[in-house]
Design a protein around this ligand. Structure first.
Ligand code: ATP
Ligand code: FE
Length: 373
């Protein structure tokens, strides 16, 4: 079995051809990050135009590098939800044309399902397992019970942690920092935090009085912004000037994000144990998404998994962020189980908003599990 995976849900145009063992036969990725870094965030019409300009070449490259002709493919898998409407539309339109032209089955992919399953391409991980996905657009905790069977324990109520880190980095003008000019907000904050004192600005960990597994980062961003304004006043500088305390602000922000993620994850583990949702022998927590490449956050999660006896798995950074590989792998997983495979002449719509699996966050909240202090 050979599957071509296509990803355009946000700001990366990605394509890859995989075989059923998970071997990557060929891949290509066009990242728009630099463009969006310059404009201070993703402008959907710009992202759409860049996907349009690159999709054909990226898919061609993936096919050429894999030495696989379209006729040899078993199916084409493409992200159709969730994501930016204008971006999703380009990948979907291209894919539908492609499958019709080559008479191939089409497998629509949920972007977060793909993030959650990527780990199984790298090593054997049996269902069910707990998964924490943290990226620029998402923040969720779910039990993966099967390829297309997820229980959503918690999700963000406002923004995603990567988005928060990007906005804080922008407010701090970290792009002007000599070490950070080419880094994403999250990477810049991780780097600067290494030389920072996280105790200088004691931010409050969000949702301390809500005993569920949902996330909130907007309040933290507000706390950080207030602190930045105060520091600008104290240093007598205008907004846009690099503050002398950027390292300390970065360290405190990163610490609070890590603490929030760790606490919600800890509660999710306790909930799963109480409800028997995870296997009793070697239960696993999988962490993925761009923010999961943060070593400080990984360490915080490791403390929790060691405390609760879970096995922690984080795919390497290259597989934590968006690419065509994870979409192709998800296609192979679905193909193996015969789930969600559509004929070439099908009409599929993209869905900008789409929750992953069955949402049981209200049940988790009702259980009101307190964490040990
Ligand atoms: P989504 O996958 O939700 O559609 P996305 O494409 O923005 O969103 P990713 O490419 O998985 O997500 O991740 C990008 C995000 O990860 C950015 O917000 C970036 O700041 C953050 N990030 C990248 N590296 C790090 C790091 N080392 N520490 C913290 N955050 C990071
Ligand atoms: Fe993603």
């Amino acid at each position: 079995r050979l599957v071509l995976g296509i990803e355009t849900s946000c700001d990366d145009t990605g394509a890859a051809v995989l075989d059923e063992t998970g071997a990557i036969l060929g891949e290509s990725l066009n990242s728009q990050k630099e463009v969006h870094l310059r404009t201070g965030g993703i402008i959907p019409t710009v992202a759409q135009q860049l996907h349009r300009e690159n999709i054909e070449r990226v898919v061609q490259e993936a096919l050429e590098r894999s030495s696989v002709a379209p006729g040899q493919l078993s199916a084409v898998a493409t992200t159709v939800k969730p994501g930016l409407a204008l971006s999703l539309g380009i990948g979907l339109e291209f894919s539908l044309r492609f499958v019709r032209q080559h008479n191939k089955p089409f497998i629509p992919i949920h972007h977060m399902e793909a993030h959650a399953l990527t780990v199984r391409m790298l090593q054997p991980v049996a269902f069910p397992f707990l998964v924490l996905l943290v990226s620029g657009g998402h923040s969720l905790l779910a039990v993966a019970r099967g390829v297309d069977d997820f229980l959503l324990l918690g999700h963000t109520l406002d923004e995603a942690p990567g988005d928060t880190l990007d906005k804080v980095a922008r407010r701090l003008s970290l792009i002007k920092h000599p070490q950070c000019s080419t880094l994403s907000g999250g990477q810049a904050i991780e780097l600067l935090a290494k030389d920072g004192d996280r105790t200088r600005f004691p931010f409050t960990t969000p949702m301390g009085q809500t005993y569920d597994c949902c996330f909130s980062f907007a309040g933290l961003r507000n706390q950080v912004t207030m602190t930045i304004m105060k520091q600008e006043a104290e240093e007598g500088v205008k907004q846009g000037t690099l503050l002398t305390c950027v390292n300390d602000i970065a360290a405190a922000t990163q610490h609070t994000v890590a603490s929030h993620l760790a606490k919600r994850t800890h509660r999710a583990i306790l909930f799963c144990k109480a409800k028997g949702l995870l296997p009793s022998s070697s239960p696993t927590l999988v962490v993925s998404g761009g923010v999961a490449s943060n070593q400080y956050i990984r360490k915080a999660l490791m403390i929790i998994t060691e405390m609760t006896g879970l096995h922690l798995l984080c795919p390497p950074a290259k597989f934590c962020t968006d690419n065509g590989v994870m979409i192709a792998w998800n296609g192979l997983e679905r193909l193996r189980e015969g789930k969600g495979i559509l004929p070439p002449n099908v009409d599929v719509c993209y869905e900008p908003k789409a929750p992953l699996g069955v949402d049981i966050s209200a049940e988790v909240k009702a259980a009101a599990i307190r964490l040990p202090s």
